[in-house]
Design a protein around this ligand. Structure first.
Ligand SMILES: NC(=O)c1ccc[n+]([C@@H]2O[C@H](COP(=O)([O-])OP(=O)(O)OC[C@H]3O[C@@H](n4cnc5c(N)ncnc54)[C@H](O)[C@@H]3O)[C@@H](O)[C@H]2O)c1
Ligand SMILES: O=c1ccn([C@@H]2O[C@H](COP(=O)(O)OP(=O)(O)O[C@H]3O[C@H](CO)[C@@H](O)[C@H](O)[C@H]3O)[C@@H](O)[C@H]2O)c(=O)[nH]1
Length: 460
């Protein structure tokens, strides 16, 4: 099928590349010229395992193209994905201006055969119908320019036949390609049978697990709903996962006080199939580009309807406290932090991504600076890039040993695999105080204590 994906961030680029790999002919559109130039040259603007390889092979096969020309993309695609960002506004609600610009642009360029317009971006409930109206506005805008250009004569009315589908995305950064080819479900929301049928055809290779790790598994379930329910599924899924993490973090804080070990507790409860073992890793709180903004947006939506969320507010509150728990633990170990040097192991909000959006490290840097500590950091991706990533108040070291040099404590912020095998013995030798706060309960307490570290976990 002919597909156009508009917006080439994590979601748009991975969707475009994976659909091209599945055999579809895809044009990816972005209004960022630098990004498009990079992608045309075969380079991925984001770090995502496996993405560059697939991007290059799909481009070579002629099934994947990149452009800044929205008109060309709209003309090409039978299915048009909107995959631009929906960042949070200061109020917590979702900023839909990029979606609006794209929907209007689609309308301006729409002409000819039937098109399916897909909301892949996470958008407030009700956006499906709103996008339809904006597209119609775009069509009207173009019709007016035709009247003006025609010198007052009556131009042919623009023929545009389209439907809107909500197809929320559930991929995780760091495993986005894997998640796209091995999804737990595909959600399609629309009141148009024709549009749903086209989306089902598009996803056949993924539903049949053609590129899955285990092709013998049953087909991927496709959940067909109305527009609003599909939009709600996305928010409810992220909110549930965020609540689950806040729950285990609350349990971890109780464990710290009563002397239980939260990692053992998580295993013990996670084996109950009604609970499940995933997303029970306690630590310094959830962050990233989705959970904080999507939970806030859902709270905001409820508020718009006069409903006060209780559980979601509590999950956010628990998370805000958790994001500074490493500071409390540092103060307990070192007492006064003013003048002390703290080394952060990891900066990105999770491993295997270069994304720093709402990363817990940012809260730590800000709070440590406020308390007068000197902050250094080493991150496998950020240190390697040689870029500041807009970070202030932190010295970026190029290797873990330079990071440890002169530190009063290390804080493990991101559970990068390579942190499991650092030379902690050598690192300890150049530290003033051998304190390690393990913000992800990721390292071995025994091994670190053996080489003289004071190891402090989170409820562990
Ligand atoms: N990042 C994730 O893991 C993830 C997962 C699931 C869902 N989502 C949702 O998907 C959406 C996209 O997220 P993201 O992280 O990929 O976004 P992003 O911010 O990384 O990328 C958005 C892209 O859209 C481009 N863009 C903006 N306006 C444009 C326009 N008018 N025309 C063409 N391109 C334009 C930008 O240049 C950028 O490349 C969001 O709604 C997000 O909530 C994200
Ligand atoms: O047991 C856990 C699992 C995660 N986290 C933290 O939670 C945040 C989010 O992690 P994760 O969900 O793995 O990453 P994202 O890439 O943000 O993916 C989430 O957000 C995406 C955007 O909406 C959705 O598509 C995904 O399904 C959803 O998992 C990170 O700060 C993690 O460190 C924990 O603290 N404990």
């Amino acid at each position: 099928m002919r597909v156009c994906v508009i917006g080439t961030g994590y979601v748009g680029l991975v969707t475009g590349v994976c659909l091209a790999h599945s055999g579809h002919h895809v044009i990816c559109i972005d209004n960022n010229e630098e990004k498009v130039k990079l992608m045309k040259a075969g380079q991925s603007p984001i770090y995502e395992p496996g993405l560059s390889e697939l991007m290059q092979s799909s481009a070579q096969s002629g099934r994947l193209e990149f452009s800044t020309d929205l008109g060309a993309g709209v003309k090409h695609g039978e299915i048009l994905f909107i995959a631009v960002g929906t960042p949070p506004l200061p109020t917590g609600e979702s900023d839909t201006r990029y979606v609006e610009a794209v929907a209007r642009g689609i309308g301006v360029h729409l002409n000819g055969g039937y098109k399916v317009i897909v909301n892949k971006s996470t958008v407030p409930i009700g956006s499906g119908d709103w996008v339809r109206r904006i597209v119609l506005d775009g069509i009207e805008e173009r019709q007016k320019t035709l009247v003006t250009a025609g010198g007052g004569g009556v131009p042919e009315p623009i023929h545009a036949d389209f439907d809107v589908v909500s197809n929320p995305e559930f991929l995780r950064e760091g495993s986005a390609v894997y998640d796209t080819f091995n999804p737990d479900r595909i959600v399609l929301g629309s009141n148009s049978k024709k549009a749903i049928a086209m989306m089902q055809e598009l996803y056949i290779p993924i539903v049949e697990r053609k590129f899955a790790d285990d092709p013998s598994l049953p087909h991927v379930p496709v959940v067909v709903t109305d527009l609003s329910s599909a939009e709600m599924i996305k928010y409810a899924a992220n909110a549930f996962l965020a609540v689950k993490i806040s729950f285990i973090n609350e349990v971890a804080n109780i464990c710290d006080r009563v002397g239980a070990d939260v990692t053992q507790v998580a295993r013990g409860i996670g084996l109950d199939s009604r609970i499940g073992s995933k997303f029970l890793q306690s630590g310094i709180g959830w962050g990233g580009s989705c959970f904080p903004k999507d939970v806030s947006a859902l709270i905001h939506t409820a508020d718009d309807y006069g409903f006060q969320t209780e559980l979601l507010n509590a999950a956010v509150h628990v998370n805000q406290r958790q994001r500074v728990i490493a500071i409390e633990k540092l103060q307990h170990e070192l007492k006064i932090l003013k003048g002390k040097t703290i080394g952060l192991l990891g900066l990105t909000f999770k491993p295997d991504t270069d994304d720093m959006r709402d990363a817990p490290s940012l809260t730590l840097i800000e709070q440590l600076n406020r308390l007068g500590a000197k902050v250094k950091a080493y991150d496998p991706i950020v240190s390697q890039s040689g870029l500041s990533h807009g970070l202030t108040g932190v010295i970026i070291e190029t290797d873990p040993e330079m990071l440890a040099d002169g530190c009063d404590a290390l804080v493990l912020v991101t559970d990068w695999k390579e942190f499991l095998s650092l030379n902690y013995e050598k690192m300890a030798k150049s530290m003033f105080n051998k304190v390690l706060i393990d913000g992800r309960n990721f390292l071995s307490r025994e091994a670190l204590e053996e080489i003289g570290f004071r190891y402090v976990g989170i409820g562990h």
